[in-house]
Design a protein around this ligand. Structure first.
Ligand SMILES: CC(=O)N[C@H]1[C@@H](OP(=O)(O)OP(=O)(O)OC[C@H]2O[C@@H](n3ccc(=O)[nH]c3=O)[C@H](O)[C@@H]2O)O[C@H](CO)[C@@H](O)[C@@H]1O
Ligand SMILES: C=C(OP(=O)(O)O)C(=O)O
Length: 440
């Protein structure tokens, strides 16, 4: 079994460059399905397992797709099937984002139900409510969702009960080729929604208001391929900012955009960390004692749920008790049990965790229970006494490009150990990107 081994106690120094955003590139690749003409080229597509999965989904639909040196090229002129299989959708929930584009382009789509995952049940009712409002008929059976529309989807006014990122994206993509105007109210406002809207507009769509709670989409007849560069990953950036803070070090996070990280920056400053922004990135310097601070996760621009576990790692070593309230997902505290194996003191009561500070963390054998939990364990291990062994690396590979090399390059004592038999068996299209991948 592959594992990451960290020996804690090292200071970090230097610079880490942020990759393209996972949560932006996935819907953007899915949106390429909408182009009946031309080729799309998506730059800054990070070499992550999730990117490989969405690429496979598009190839399985019959699209021509290549991925070289962080750029995905898609030709969507010919689509062979409108069905995305269980095998691919089960690997990554975001595969469900092909539903809106397929429905808009072909008038039908059959996608496996994404189901729940470790962090919660994660229903898709808001996606389906949007498609239905646009005239689609939805049928559920044998683990698949089938959506059909007679001719073309029709523009509609859709109020989302929750400001869901995925539902906003799926409906926005479906609406680009619909007849008439679609208005999404209580839309999610994440920067990744804005990036998707920019890509859609470059393809010929007319999307206005992305980044606000009301998005207006005027349907167009046809869309064509476009060239787009994906925004930097604010969660990867935030994770490295906390790496600097937790080790009381100074790191420059190149490419990080301050405006996308306001709640994280503000919390770090409240805890006594010095944060300096310039046009190319963010400098984090933690040379004072860390103060406790409470966080509550919320949709953007609130504190991101995808940074909750990493922030908890920092709270573990701050002076005083901090509260963490998770309001986005119902089961996103699984890292707590793993932290406790590292000698941490945290009590969970429903959606709130009480984190006692000043923990003397100790190295242990722990397991990444989900993507961000994995990152949080690495952060805690950077300051734990002795050696920490982290397994469950397939979660981490979904969202971090070679995190071990990145942290080692700034001085961390961290390595990834892959048993020989796994190394030999490892098909090229999963995990491990010590070397730049170049898949055709
Ligand atoms: C690929 C991607 O971009 N993933 C991000 C996206 O996930 P994702 O798009 O799945 O998250 P959503 O914003 O949809 O989910 C937010 C909340 O809404 C609920 N909900 C969602 C849809 C729906 O139809 N009905 C419903 O009740 C969910 O169960 C959850 O409690 O946003 C999350 C919230 O910022 C992030 O943690 C994920 O990293
Ligand atoms: C929860 C996450 O991703 P996903 O929605 O793809 O599961 C995440 O990136 O932390």
């Amino acid at each position: 079994m592959s594992k990451i081994i960290v020996r804690g106690g090292r200071k970090l120094a230097g610079k880490i460059k942020v990759n393209g955003a996972k949560n932006a590139v996935l819907p953007i690749i899915a949106a390429s399905i909408l182009a009946a003409e031309g080729e799309s080229v998506i730059h800054d597509a990070p070499p992550l397992d999730d990117v490989l999965v969405i690429n496979k989904v598009l190839r399985s639909l019959g699209l021509q797709l290549s991925y070289h040196n962080h750029s995905v090229k898609v030709n969507a002129q010919a689509i062979e099937t409108c069905e995305a299989s269980y095998e691919l959708v089960r690997k990554m929930r975001a595969s469900f984002l092909v539903m809106g584009p397929l429905l808009a382009r072909l008038g039908k789509a059959r996608i496996s139900l994404p189901g729940g995952c470790a962090i919660g049940t994660r229903p898709i009712d808001q996606h389906l409510k949007g498609f239905e409002a646009m005239g689609a008929e939805i049928e559920l059976g044998q683990g698949y969702i089938e959506a059909r529309v007679e001719k073309r989807l029709k523009g509609a006014k859709i109020y989302l009960d929750v400001a869901s990122v995925g539902a906003t994206e799926n409906i926005m993509m479906a609406a680009t080729l619909a007849e008439g105007t679609t208005i999404i109210e209580n839309a999610a406002k994440e920067p990744e929604i804005v990036d998707l809207a920019n890509y859609l507009n470059a393809m010929g769509a007319v999307v206005r208001g992305a980044g606000t709670g009301v998005i207006r989409i005027e349907g167009v007849e046809k869309m064509k391929g476009a060239v787009h560069s994906v925004i930097p990953d604010r969660i990867e950036a935030g994770t490295y900012m906390i790496a600097a803070a937790i080790t009381r070090s100074e790191l420059y996070v190149e490419g990080a955009i301050g405006d996308h990280l306001r709640p994280v920056i503000s919390k770090l400053q409240e805890m006594g960390v010095h944060v300096e922004e310039d046009e190319n990135g963010i400098l984090v310097c933690a040379d004072k004692p860390l103060r406790a601070a409470d966080i509550k996760t919320l949709p953007y621009p609130g504190f991101p749920t995808d940074m909750q576990s990493q922030m908890m790692a920092l709270q573990l070593v701050a002076d005083g008790t901090s509260l963490v309230t998770e309001t986005v997902f119902e089961n996103r505290f699984m890292h707590v049990d793993e932290f406790m194996l590292m000698n941490a003191s945290v009590k969970v009561d429903g959606r709130t965790a009480v984190v006692s500070g000043n923990n003397k963390l100790k190295g242990a054998k722990v397991c990444a229970t989900d993507l961000r939990a994995g990152a949080a364990l690495i952060l805690a291990a950077l300051v734990a006494e002795g050696e920490t062994e982290i397994t469950g690396l397939h979660h981490i590979d979904r969202g971090y490009v070679d995190i071990t090399s990145a942290l080692r390059s700034v001085g961390a004592d961290i390595q990834r150990v892959v048993p020989q038999e796994e190394e030999q068996e490892q098909p090229q299209e999963i995990g491990l990107f010590a070397v730049q991948p170049t898949w055709a």
